[in-house]
Write a protein of this length. Structure first.
Length: 271
């Protein structure tokens, strides 16, 4: 194999392994232990036996999902506006996805809209632009919205996690749990008439169920806004449907998604 072919094969391997973003000009070996400051080498070694190096920051970020969720819950509850919520999410250190993402992807569209859609998490293009659903699945979503007379001027879009999972993997349970209080508060602040849950992650996370999207889609569910719920009286009508990325892979399922979107339009048009 030529050197060039080797390089291309290596790059392909990196992309498949999820390393598909150049974050800096020079590679950094994060596994290499940092040498102690030169002047201290002798005194440190004499004073204390060698300790394993612990990255306290990642321990803080990754170590306790419960603590992360509790912090998110407290911070989200304090937000009275979407701007405040966006700032709180941007500053939140309880989800390690923030460390690998290029941009926060908070939302797009009209927050006054009666239609709100929630996806899973940003992909590569969304991460680059800082906006949800602007890549290939976003283009399909825009066509689906157009089919019911909607676009981003009269619909509002966000995701379960606001940072891109590396390599487009699914967000982990810890990541969705840590971010859920922000997503819940986001929905409570927008208070749409209709909530569309795009794909398994959004549907399971927001409806608190283990059922898959095939069983959940096509029928209305009550999404509870928690404290504001007034014993279910203020629940929001939620329709789970297939994620556009899934529809790109399985175009035969578009027919069912179209049925869901007709139901969504009828509900939105109802007085
Ligand atoms: N997939 C998602 O779930 N969200 C996006 O923003 C883009 C792709």
């Amino acid at each position: 194999m030529s050197r060039q072919t080797d390089d291309v094969a290596l790059l392909r391997f990196y992309v498949e392994a999820g390393a598909d973003e150049a974050i800096a000009d020079q590679p950094v070996n994060r596994l290499a232990a940092k040498p102690p400051a030169a002047t201290n080498i002798r005194t440190q070694a004499q004073k204390t036996p060698a300790q394993p190096r612990i990255d306290r920051r990642s321990e803080l970020v990754l170590g306790s999902p419960d603590a992360a969720e509790a912090t998110a819950r407290e911070q989200a509850a304090a937000c009275q506006t979407l701007d405040a919520l966006k700032q709180a999410v941007a500053a939140f250190e309880g989800c390690a996805l923030r460390d690998t993402a290029t941009n926060l992807v908070f939302a797009d569209g009209n927050p006054e809209a009666d239609l709100m859609l929630v996806g899973e998490g940003p992909g590569a293009e969304e991460d680059r632009q800082g906006l949800p659903f602007v890549g290939p699945s976003g283009r399909l979503l825009d066509r689906m919205l157009a089919a019911i007379g909607r676009d981003r001027s009269n619909a509002y879009i966000t995701n379960i996690v606001p940072w891109r999972p590396p390599g487009n993997r699914n967000p982990s349970a810890d990541e969705t749990t840590a971010c859920l209080p922000f997503t819940s508060r986001h929905i409570a602040l927008v208070r749409p008439k209709v909530l569309v849950l795009l794909g398994t992650t959004a549907a399971k996370t927001l409806l608190g169920t283990t059922q898959g999207i095939t069983r959940l889609r096509g029928r209305w569910h009550d999404y509870s806004t928690g404290r504001d719920d007034n014993d279910g009286q203020n629940a929001i009508a939620a329709m789970p449907t297939y994620h556009p990325a899934y529809l790109l892979r399985q175009p035969a399922q578009k027919q069912q998604a179209w049925q869901d979107f007709i139901a969504i339009k009828l509900r939105l048009d109802a007085k």
